[in-house]
Ligand binder design. Structure first.
Ligand code: GDP
Ligand code: GDP
Length: 479
């Protein structure tokens, strides 16, 4: 059995665009049977080394006389029945339409797992749709842009997770071998944009490596911070060219969504960053960076650099941004900029450490790097820190080691016994990476004090050397 993913959603949400992305400029297998499956396309998909079969349900709208809902239902039913995972797309720019709700309701009734994707999310207009998407009751939506190739890393995580679950029940054959009666055609995918930006959905060469962690594609980096701290200057320096003008005439970068470059042979994709945007003509320098600006920057980011001005260190607003980054599960680096012009370096450093300690005690070891964007000082050190934390954020710890640690910990510091009932913690496993997420089976999860969970989390962080990244710990009911 090949793991099969069906792409569903109302017309025009971007199903075919995603399908084309997933099969890439490779052989597209077009199943041309008449009837319900007319025009239905399926093919072998590749995503950072994952291989699976993908079914596109687009293009059937004109085939029937019935209402749109009935037609969609028909085509969807068929695809869903064959799928191990359903990707339901909405158009985040338009928001949730009644027909999407109808669709979601129908999908929720079935047994096939569903991942909700808020497509066309690349710009600010997509934010509302992304928020609305939660209302569909299909869990957390994945921000995505099929056209610009953003969000594929999250998609990878979801597909991988479901593949692993499915593999527990049955052996999943790989690679996918197409049925003999399907004719292979070379399909030309019309280029939707400059291909140079498209490395997120990889080229052929990228599939050579079998190690999934290596074939992950570029590190997605966002640079955030209050106005005037030096973000644009930093971005310019990093890219080594004045392509992102800091002046008001910087019209050319207005629509920039991402820029990719390399650091020591490792690709980095700078995503939706203030420094990538045109500055408004009358940029108010005291203008606040809103929470929604931060969330937008985080949408596609894996690592976030929070830039501070050494002149006004870790103000309330900075801490709010830092907290948002952590809450969203991203890895955070703090870059204290304008270090060249800082007269009281020791004092500033102490202040940063103190504030982090008091305001973000839940994440110990957030890297702090002092830089001068203007003079290009310490930028390598900063990027080293970026790759280092990215590695930690991706880390997977073997279950055996975790359980050994847990049983030792429980012996020394047993959980409390509220009302005389001892809470039992049995088994721990790392459910996910990116960020490291752990599940512990617990006899009375509701009764476990938060302080004890925090204690476990801190000990886990120290023992397994996971500094500076958010850690998620879920207590699951179990005996
Ligand atoms: P389908 O009917 O669901 O298969 O949708 P298509 O894949 O044909 O896409 C519908 C339209 O949306 C096309 O014009 C695409 O170029 C556009 N589109 C698809 N994905 C994106 C995206 O991520 N962002 C934007 N802005 N447009 C997209
Ligand atoms: P942004 O609003 O965060 O993008 O900030 P800009 O990059 O526009 O920088 C704001 C001001 O700070 C400009 O006048 C920069 O020249 C200055 N600046 C940026 N980085 C540095 C630095 O490392 N040292 C010094 N002394 N000034 C800097």
């Amino acid at each position: 059995m090949t793991f099969t993913v069906a792409i569903v959603g109302r017309p025009n949400v971007g199903k075919s665009t995603l399908f084309n992305r997933l099969i890439g400029k490779r052989l597209a297998l077009v199943d041309d049977q008449p009837g319900v499956t007319r025009d239905r396309r399926e093919g072998e998909a590749f995503l950072f080394g994952l291989r699976f079969k993908v079914i596109d349900t687009a293009g059937l709208e004109e085939a029937f006389d019935q209402s749109l809902e009935a037609r969609m239902r028909q085509q969807t039913e068929q695809a869903v029945s064959e799928a191990d995972l359903v990707l339901m797309l909405i158009d985040a720019r338009v928001g949730v339409m009644p027909i999407d709700e109808h669709f979601a309701k129908f999908l929720r009734k079935g047994k096939t797992p569903i991942a909700l994707m808020a497509n066309k999310c690349e710009g600010k207009v997509g934010d509302i749709g992304l928020m609305e998407a939660y209302s569909l009751g299909l869990g957390e939506p994945i921000p995505f842009s099929a056209e610009h190739g953003l969000g594929s890393s999250d998609l990878y995580d979801i597909i991988k997770e479901h593949m692993e679950k499915a593999a527990e029940d049955k052996v999943v054959a790989s690679p996918y071998i197409p049925p003999a009666n399907l004719e292979a055609e070379e399909e030309e995918i019309p280029a939707t944009q400059d291909d140079s930006e498209d490395h997120d959905f990889l080229d052929d060469d990228d599939f050579e490596e079998e190690d999934e962690e290596i074939v992950r594609g570029p590190l997605q980096l966002a640079i955030v911070g209050r106005p005037n701290v030096g973000k644009s200057t930093l971005v310019n320096k990093l890219l080594g060219e004045e392509r992102l003008l800091t002046g008001p005439e910087a019209g050319i970068t207005r629509d920039a969504i991402s820029v990719e470059w390399e650091y020591q042979g490792r690709p980095i994709k700078l995503v939706d960053t203030a420094g990538l945007r045109r500055k408004s003509k009358i940029m108010d320098k005291v203008e606040k960076l809103s929470a929604s600006d931060t969330i937008r920057a985080l949408k596609f980011a894996q690592v976030v650099i929070l830039v501070l001005d050494s002149d006004g260190i870790l103000e309330k607003q900075d801490l709010t941004i830092a907290r948002t980054v952590i809450d969203e599960g991203r890895a955070l680096i703090i870059a204290v900029n304008k270090w060249d012009a800082c007269p009281n370096k020791d004092e500033v450093m102490q202040l940063v450490r103190d504030r982090l300690q008091t305001s973000l005690p839940q994440v110990k070891g957030i890297p702090v790097v002092t830089i001068s964007a203007l003079k290009g000082q310490n930028l390598n050190k900063m990027l080293d820190a970026v790759f280092n934390i990215y590695e930690i954020w991706n880390r997977r710890i073997p279950t055996s080691g975790l359980n050994r640690w847990l049983s030792e910990l429980l012996e020394i510091h047993p959980p409390p016994a509220p009302g005389g009932r001892r809470i039992k913690l049995k088994y721990i496993t790392q459910a996910r990476a990116r960020p490291p997420t752990f599940a512990i089976s617990c006899s009375l999860p509701e009764d476990l004090p938060a302080s004890y969970s925090r204690f476990i989390e801190n000990n886990l962080r120290d023992t397994f050397d996971l500094p500076g990244v958010p850690i998620r710990l879920h207590m699951k009911k179990g005996d």
